[in-house]
Design a binder for this molecule. Structure first.
Ligand SMILES: Nc1ncnc2c1ncn2[C@@H]1O[C@H](COP(=O)(O)OP(=O)(O)OP(=O)(O)O)[C@@H](O)[C@H]1O
Length: 283
């Protein structure tokens, strides 16, 4: 669906930077290393002795029920939250990419400048990271690829939730980030937007980027994930490939193999409220 190739929209210098991703980066190399990481906010432990690796050249989906600690882990990775114990580090690509451009973060809540237009956001990123400015044609092509061309001159405050997410991702891509940390990026997107985003993350993966995506959408994880991480109550309860994951589930007529595996590894899987127990509708 994305006719736009990310490398085409950049200046020759940036093209080299972007297209070299696949050749300069060992796609088995770790991009993120977390070791015995614990986090407390004063009260209960929110992340407990978490150890994991996330690699370049892969889409890694981070799954887990509400409150499992996904956002906290991502905020720690991008330096927005402190660590109580252990360590977390981003491993820079081997080609000497600039550290300040390496990590792109799309948070769960919107982080846009309300009084700047979509187009102005891209120019702000260009200025902040010292990138040569897109020509008008390149800018149009880039905006079209990200599904933002019809909204280019709208103030960010006027964008829908899904479009704000798309804008934040566009800024991370424009920045040339190699490690993309995307917190619930599919939340608020319509089906066409979801397809577009899946295609985009696959392109980024194919260029050698590390794409870490948190989601509650098991169907989307099943489609795009090369690797899966599952957090539950702050503990890492699964790390491996989708093939390894589905082996853990009990076959069930009411669940997909992914849903069955998620239920098997997640302690909260059987915590559905039983309305009948409260409202007297049980026979
Ligand atoms: N700043 C904070 N102060 C105190 N507790 C916090 C803070 N941030 C997160 N928590 C707690 O940490 C736990 C994990 O929250 P987190 O947002 O990381 O989970 P999550 O897996 O992203 O959940 P969801 O899927 O609902 O977004 C929750 O119990 C939450 O209340």
């Amino acid at each position: 669906m994305f006719g736009f190739r990310l490398s085409e929209a950049s200046s020759p210098e940036e093209c080299r930077h972007l297209t070299d991703r696949t050749t300069c980066q060992d796609t088995d190399a770790n991009a993120i290393e977390v070791r015995a990481l614990s986090k407390r906010f004063g009260g209960p432990t929110v992340l407990n002795e978490v150890t994991l690796d996330v690699r370049y050249g892969a889409i890694t989906c981070l799954l887990g029920p509400n409150g499992a600690g996904k956002t906290t882990l991502m905020r720690i990775l991008v330096g927005h939250e402190s660590i109580s114990r252990g360590s977390a580090r981003i491993v820079l690509p081997e080609d000497g990419a600039l550290a300040d451009r390496t990590v792109g973060y799309v948070p769960d809540s919107s982080l846009v400048y309300p009084l700047l237009t979509v187009r102005e956001h891209l120019r702000l990123v260009e200025a902040l990271f010292g990138l040569s400015r897109f020509s008008r044609a390149q800018e149009e092509q880039f905006l079209k690829a990200l599904g933002l061309d019809e909204h280019a001159d709208l103030l960010a405050s006027k964008l829908s939730k899904g479009l704000k997410k798309r804008l934040m991702l566009a800024c991370a891509v424009r920045q040339g980030a190699r490690v993309l940390v995307l917190d619930e990026p599919f939340d608020g997107l319509d089906p066409a937007g979801q397809e577009m985003l899946m295609s985009l993350v696959e392109q980024l993966r194919d260029q050698g980027c590390c794409v870490l995506v948190s989601t509650h959408r098991l169907d989307i994880a099943e489609r795009v994930a090369d690797e899966l991480l599952v957090l539950d109550h702050g503990e890492l309860v699964f790390s491996g490939t989708p093939t390894q994951f589905v082996r853990l589930g009990e076959p069930s007529p009411n669940k997909t193999a992914f849903e069955a595996a998620f239920a098997a590894v997640s302690r909260r899987s059987d915590s559905r409220p039983r309305l009948a127990e409260f409202d007297g509708t049980s026979p």
